[in-house]
Ligand binder design. Structure first.
Ligand SMILES: Cc1cc2nc3c(=O)[nH]c(=O)nc-3n(C[C@H](O)[C@H](O)[C@H](O)COP(=O)(O)O)c2cc1C
Length: 304
């Protein structure tokens, strides 16, 4: 997730364990070829985040293939994911992200170019598409499968839908029945117990968790039965996040990342909007740390 699944959040998650696959923020294929692991915060990662995939966003077959080759050389991952689900107007209207689902022929070219560029696992992340049509969505995913995609993740919302309408998991079950490659379901997982129900209902092969990973970086460990969530102290987790952020990010990049993380992490508290607002208003990391410390002092008992 852009702005969220950088090295600091991923390594915090990895510290708890239980996550089966880590993915980078979406990386623009045109920009990433100028990044090197020594200098780029986008390529930075720790040995604990394994297996690790880069997610690429773009709509030009050659540029996408070039980005795959560059990353495989400069900072070899365990696989690549093609973003065909981003619904941000700027991205989708440029023909990238979910824009690829409106131009299946170009999506096919992008997939074929990436497939030819690497022997590593190659996956794609989709939405339902632009119109609600199970047939079109399934035909699109089958086309990707024919082009050599190794797994498909489905976030079952339309291109322009925001989070207000619920993700339709019935489409994940449908897609699972139709594809021979693994299908990963995504969307609106809000707690650990839901995960088993989603696997049962859909028969899907994996579940991708987005926003909840930022709200509760221990969620994967909780699902895997590695920890008892009652033993988690959110203020200690927040302090750990700040520490890891400071370790990896240059000073000018820290506060923005902390604000982004805090807007999800604050959901652990009944009065979380106070935490979010105070951190959003902070002008420095020290101020953010101070106001967060004050909040945790007052709301120690409010964590669910
Ligand atoms: C801040 C933010 C950034 C996101 N960035 C990406 C991204 O870079 N690539 C991607 O495939 N999806 C991205 N997503 C979508 C999520 O991966 C996921 O599909 C969506 O949030 C639904 O899953 P969830 O309910 O578990 O969060 C982003 C979502 C959010 C809220």
């Amino acid at each position: 997730m852009a702005g969220l699944t950088h090295v600091a959040l991923r390594s915090l998650v990895a510290g708890f364990g239980g996550c089966g696959l880590y993915t980078s923020e979406m990386l623009s294929c045109r920009a990433v070829v100028h990044e090197t692991p020594e200098r780029s915060i986008y390529l930075r990662r720790t040995a604990a985040e394994l297996p690790f995939f880069y997610q690429l966003v773009g709509n030009e077959p050659d540029a996408m293939a070039k980005a795959v080759r560059h990353l495989e050389r400069a900072s070899p991952p365990d696989g690549f994911d093609i973003n065909m689900g981003c619904g941000e107007p700027r991205i989708r209207n440029s023909g990238a992200g979910c824009g690829l689902m409106r131009d299946a022929e170009n999506a096919r070219r992008v997939t074929a170019a990436c497939r030819a560029a690497t022997a590593l696992p190659l996956t794609a992340k989709l939405r339902l598409g632009w119109e609600e049509s199970a047939d079109d969505m399934i035909a699109f995913a089958k086309m990707l499968q024919n082009e050599g995609i190794d797994a498909v993740t489905l976030h079952p919302r339309l291109a322009k839908e925001r989070f207000t309408r619920r993700a339709r998991w019935r489409y994940i079950a449908m897609l699972k029945r139709e594809l021979s490659v693994p299908v990963i379901g995504n969307g609106d997982i809000l707690s650990a117990p839901e995960v088993a129900a989603r696997f049962d209902e859909t028969g899907c092969d994996g579940i991708m968790i987005g926003r909840l990973a930022a709200a509760r970086p221990w969620i994967f460990a909780e699902i895997a039965g590695l920890i008892d969530p009652a033993t988690i102290s959110p203020d200690a987790v927040y302090a750990d996040f700040v520490r890891i952020l400071e370790k990896h990010f240059p000073p000018e990049r820290r506060l923005g990342r902390l604000k982004e993380f805090t807007s999800y992490f604050a959901r652990n508290f009944r009065f979380g909007h106070n935490l979010e607002t105070r951190v959003q208003n902070a002008a420095t990391m020290d101020e953010a740390r101070h106001v967060a410390g004050e909040f945790f002092g007052m709301h120690r008992d409010a964590a669910p």
